[in-house]
Design a binder for this molecule. Structure first.
Ligand code: COA
Length: 294
């Protein structure tokens, strides 16, 4: 077992050597790929998530590959537990250099039917959880005068999207938090950035966001690059943002969506624009007609 995990292949070996990284929700999907990449490039990685079962794949791989990884059971909605988790990581590993606020909860539900509990569950994980973790791990970074955070948001934080008002509202808050903390904590040597992935395949997303093939096809048609990302591609961009290549970046949000945000403009990608016969002005094109013909 020697090949690097896909997300780690674009950066020099040992890019994160000597660093301690905490990844919330780091045992599954995109979070797992970020954790694997950081570990493969030399970081000590601590994953923190609700289910101990989700910790096993990374811990087993770490044993086989000689990576340094550990895990904590944590519900990021509980501020006391988050504080204790941060203290235990600092006690065990001496410091925290990187925090990836990756844990999330989401499902599609019409806003008029969303229960207050459902709203609270998603806001609690995404918005409250990101703040509790940023504050608790941030204190350790501030004390050392160095550190960085990467928050996972979504482009609907600024475009809005039907069916996910809870998640969109929470992610918009996280984006504002990213920029606020970037401005506030730069003087302590702490940077905060965000990444906004478009749709990519993961079990959670598939079950909750595009449960059938038709929903998946409709979503895919809106992506100019014509496909979903892979979790590894998103993780590769996370690693790049966390690497020294991005040392002068703070308060920024990188969109990794295959152009999907651009593709949601008025015309469908591939629409041909032709002037109507006899039209005298440039305004006389008919997108619908030529799209049907083309
Ligand atoms: N549609 C509507 N409401 C939903 C829902 C759905 N698909 N899933 C959960 N809810 C509601 C529950 O009904 C409950 O509200 P109620 O008490 O009024 O009935 C509330 O949300 C809390 O749900 P519960 O499952 O008890 O909370 P939880 O804290 O254990 O988990 C989530 C909340 C969001 C994490 C959970 O729904 C979940 O596991 N989602 C899938 C994982 C995921 O989101 N992955 C990321 C995908 S991008």
């Amino acid at each position: 077992m020697s090949a690097l995990p896909p997300a780690a292949r674009w950066l020099p070996e040992k890019t994160f050597e000597g660093q301690v990284a905490v990844v919330t929700g780091g045992g599954t999907g995109r979070g797992l790929e970020v954790s694997r990449g950081l570990a493969a490039l030399g970081a000590t990685v601590v994953i923190a998530s609700r289910s101990a079962e989700h910790h096993q794949p990374l811990l087993e791989e770490a044993r086989a590959r000689g990576w340094t990884c550990a895990a904590r059971v944590l519900d990021v909605r509980e501020p006391k537990l988050v504080r204790e988790c941060a203290e235990s990581v600092v006690t065990a590993h001496g410091k925290v250099d990187i925090l990836v606020n990756n844990a999330a909860g989401n499902f599609v539900c019409p806003a008029e039917r969303l229960s207050s509990n459902a709203w609270r569950a998603v806001l609690g994980i995404v918005l409250d959880g990101t703040f509790y973790c940023s504050q608790s791990f941030g204190k350790a970074m501030i004390a050392r005068g160095a550190g960085q955070m990467l928050n996972v948001v979504a482009t609907y934080a600024w475009t809005g999207m039907p069916g996910v008002v809870h998640s969109a509202s929470a992610k918009a808050g996280v984006l504002a938090m990213t920029r606020s903390l970037a401005a506030e904590w730069a003087r302590f040597g702490v940077r905060c950035n965000a990444i906004a992935p478009g749709p990519f395949h993961s079990q959670g997303a598939q079950q909750n966001l595009w449960p059938d093939a038709d929903a998946e096809r409709k979503l895919r048609e809106k992506i100019p690059l014509g496909r979903f990302a892979t979790a590894e591609e998103v993780a590769a961009q996370c690693l790049h943002l966390l690497s020294p290549a991005s040392a002068y970046l703070t308060g920024e949000c990188l969109v990794v969506d295959g152009g999907a945000t651009l593709g949601s403009s008025m015309w469908a990608p591939g629409t041909r624009f032709t002037k109507k016969r006899g039209a005298e002005s440039d305004a006389g094109f008919d997108a619908g007609e030529s799209a049907a013909a083309g």
